[in-house]
Design a protein. Structure first.
Ligand SMILES: [Zn+2]
Length: 359
């Protein structure tokens, strides 16, 4: 049965006003949440959205990251550093090295590596507390607040990235539209996010590790990320369903959650000491032993499962790369030179635009 919720208004992505409940009564941090799905485009929406004061508390240094910005024990941190370098190498294959904005830069590790590789970098974070690790540890230039309020010049970035940050934003759709304006002609926008329509999401339902309520206010699928990017005039140039950093672990933790063990227990164990649950929040010893017992089997299964997800293009998380047409520059500089229909036609056929461009 479709329902209308006045407090949710219309879908920010497609404008539909009708939603279907998918999950109800998910208990997290002593509050209860539902997930609704837009009947128009399939976008998932967490309801109610956590208020600002609650979010500030959730992202505080005692639970989300430690004071140095780290989240995991050292062997995991070493692997994370290698994976961040890999992210940049992919970006550099698709873009000129220039000015980069990382929206939701976290502790700033990727931006720091990018700076060392010759990029001019700017970070964006939720508030002064979450920006502090990137500023203090790496000396990065990190802004806080809403992207549209920061006064960045239009067409001023070569690359803008959202690494698992877009789904955290209450104005996620508007932010991507703003980001598209800030890209230079020919610039690259990257969205990496959990895939709400992935096999592991559908398999584990509310137990899915990457559902991450209430941090995730929206639940995107690959298809509605592409829809969003195309609505801003960008062209999707690459879509990845394979992600070593997030997808196998997403399956492993989701499967353990489905087994009835304490929610996200393995993830908590891998966190750095100061972030682990304390007192009554801690798991009992039995759950920890069962996790250790099941882990080898679930880990082997994750190899096959994530391979299957790639094969059917329903990865647990996805990376979608989109480019802004280099023609935008010409059209902005000389708006009346070409008839409107020709300009629009060229814009739609970006792949061979240079060859087709009239003198
Ligand atoms: Zn919608």
């Amino acid at each position: 049965m479709d329902i209308k919720l006045p407090s949710l208004g219309k879908c920010p992505l497609c404008g539909a006003t009708s939603l279907k409940p998918r999950y109800q009564g998910i208990k997290r941090y002593k509050r209860s949440y539902d997930v609704f799905v837009c009947t128009g485009c399939g976008l998932g929406i967490t309801h109610p959205a956590p208020d600002h004061a609650h979010l500030t508390n959730l992202y505080s240094s005692t639970s989300y990251r430690d004071r140095g910005g780290k989240r995991f024990i050292w062997p995991v941190e070493a692997v994370v550093r290698q994976l961040r370098t890999g992210r940049l190498q992919k970006i550099e294959r698709l873009s000129n090295k220039g000015r980069m904005l990382d929206a939701g830069c976290g502790r700033g590790l990727m931006l720091a590596i990018a700076r060392d590789r010759g990029w001019e970098v700017v970070g964006l974070e939720f508030n002064a507390e979450t920006a502090a690790p990137a500023r203090d540890e790496f000396g990065l230039h990190v802004k806080t607040g809403r992207l549209s309020d920061l006064g960045f010049e239009k067409c001023s970035f070569d690359v803008i990235t959202f690494w698992h940050s877009l789904e955290h934003l209450e104005d996620a759709v508007d932010v991507v539209r703003e980001a598209a304006k800030l890209l230079k002609p020919g610039g690259l926008l990257l969205i990496s996010a959990p895939n709400f329509e992935s096999l592991q999401s559908r398999m584990s339902g509310p137990d899915w590790f990457h559902l991450d309520i209430p941090f995730h206010m929206y639940h995107f699928s690959a298809s509605n990320i592409k829809r969003l990017l195309r609505s801003t005039g960008l062209e999707v140039v690459r879509e990845e369903h394979s992600c070593l950093e997030f997808n196998p672990f997403g399956f492993i933790q989701s499967a353990l959650n489905m087994a009835g063990l304490k929610h996200n227990l393995l993830y908590e164990i891998l966190k750095t000491g100061s972030l682990r649950p304390k007192g009554s929040e801690r798991a009992d010893t039995g759950d920890t032993y069962i996790t250790a017992l099941l882990l080898p089997f679930v880990a082997v299964a994750s190899v096959f499962f994530t391979a299957l997800e790639v094969l059917v293009r329903r990865g647990g998380t996805v990376n979608i790369y989109a480019k802004k047409s280099p023609l935008i520059k010409e059209r902005l500089r000389k708006p009346r030179k070409y008839p409107r229909a020709v300009g629009a036609n060229l814009f739609m056929k970006q792949k061979n635009h240079q060859a087709k461009m009239p003198d």
